[in-house]
Design a protein around this ligand. Structure first.
Ligand SMILES: [Zn+2]
Length: 425
């Protein structure tokens, strides 16, 4: 009984605000014009003219709403609703305006626009918060140049190798940054001290079909999978395809093929929540009548548990060595990219769930199998992600679609969560 009274009291202090669906929709339709492709998709690659147009449109929307524009040295672009308390921390609500080639209209855009809409609603209602609220677009989430560039900059995870030319060919990237008015040597200034942040919230389409299949309105993300990418080169010996004895061949492609099949089986059998993909292979000399001397492939694997990531890595590399040995080959292995698995904040997850309950929306917890800016932010400040259903799970595709009522639900959960976090921090 006492618990019930307390609960009623604490929810009574959260103002009962809702986002303006028509205004959000008008923004969404306008934004979708930047980089619109004939097939109904979006080509808004990071730092492209279309991306820069979308960003200046977003800056105008921020100013029109009477909010402050905050653009940092890594090109991250935010709109700020300041707290009366100048020394307050900032609660970030964000995602990204860039897209993959022939991407969809919802990926990233929904999160940035929902953030802006939350700020407008709170400002119009005259609600003063003990935190600054900032709706933010992060530069190059999709990795046209550098995956999660803006969110890595803000959280201090950029290295000189990401932008400098010494030792690597960053010239085209540096030129793209410069064209966008971003000075490569100054991108490190975008880091914000973590004690100036109150947290991070991101609404995003699920890009899978778990919510739709479970007939669930909101997904509450508990963690984002880690991802490791490897380059493997199997080396054998070229030879005449007709005259070489079948049992004396050192066929690099045979070894590589065995590895790929073993890797799939191993991940299915031993790591039920993990995934593996090998999507490219190049064979030398590459003629139908010559035994392959070299097979060069790239594979990636993902899992939400860091301990199991390490275990999968050992198992996959030993499968590669065994497949090489069984075929008289050598194999070289090199890590080319690594993103850690991360957990969202337990406290913020619970707040999102309370917000869903307040709004009468059903919800489920799930893991994200795709990378997001929240991956970087969650290592730095208490973070959570709010997923909304993707029709048929289709994404990174012009056919990407989310029902408008689901977008509105996601934006309202974002608003309610932000208010709950702000008024209790
Ligand atoms: Zn995205």
């Amino acid at each position: 009984m006492e618990g019930l009274v307390l609960q009623t009291l604490s929810s009574a202090i959260i103002p009962d605000l809702k986002i303006n669906s028509e205004r959000l929709r008008a923004d969404f339709e306008e934004l979708a014009q930047f980089g619109a492709s004939p097939g109904g998709g979006i080509n808004r690659l990071a730092l492209s003219p279309e991306d820069l147009q979308a960003r200046s449109w977003f800056a105008n929307r921020i100013e029109e709403a009477g909010l402050e524009v905050n653009d940092d040295d890594a090109g991250n672009l935010g709109g700020v609703l300041p707290s009366p308390d100048e020394n307050a921390r900032t609660l970030l609500l964000g995602s990204h305006l860039d897209s993959v080639p022939e991407g969809g209209r919802f990926d990233g855009s929904v999160g940035v626009l929902a953030g802006l809409e939350c700020l407008r609603v709170i400002q119009e209602a005259g609600v003063e918060l003990p935190v600054h609220l900032e709706a933010i677009d992060f530069t190059d989430d999709e990795g046209c140049w550098r995956s999660l560039f803006g969110s890595r900059a803000l959280t201090g995870r950029l290295t000189p190798e990401d932008v400098n030319d010494a030792g690597s060919d960053n010239a085209p990237f540096r030129a793209a940054l410069t064209r966008a008015g971003i000075i490569p040597r100054e991108v490190f200034n975008a880091q914000r001290p973590s004690d100036t942040l109150a947290g991070y919230l991101e609404v995003h389409i699920e890009q899978g079909s778990r919510l739709e299949r479970a007939n669930t309105e909101i997904g509450v993300v508990t963690g984002i999978v880690g991802r490791t990418t490897y380059d493997l080169v199997f080396q054998g010996q070229a030879g005449h395809s007709g005259t070489t004895d079948m049992y004396r061949r050192k066929d690099a492609l045979r070894g590589a093929s065995q590895f790929i099949v073993r890797a799939h089986d191993l991940v299915r059998e031993r790591y039920g929540d993990g995934v593996f993909n090998c999507g490219n292979i190049a064979v030398k000399p590459g003629a139908f009548n010559i035994i392959p001397s070299e097979a060069h492939l790239t594979f990636e694997f993902r899992h939400v548990n860091e301990g199991l990531m390490a275990e999968m890595e050992r198992a996959l590399i030993s499968a590669a060595r065994e497949s090489a040995a069984a075929n008289g080959l050598t194999v070289s292995t090199e890590v080319v990219a690594q993103m850690p698995a991360v957990s969202m904040s337990g406290k913020v997850i619970q707040t999102v769930e309370q917000a869903c309950d307040d709004l009468g929306l059903n919800h489920m917890r799930l893991v994200s199998y795709s990378g997001h800016d929240a991956q970087m932010l969650s290592l730095y400040t208490p973070s959570a992600m709010i997923f909304i259903p993707s029709a048929d799970g289709i994404s990174h595709n012009p056919r990407e679609f989310t029902r408008w009522e689901d977008v509105v639900n996601g934006a309202n959960v974002l608003l309610r969560t932000a208010l709950r976090l702000a008024l209790k921090s």
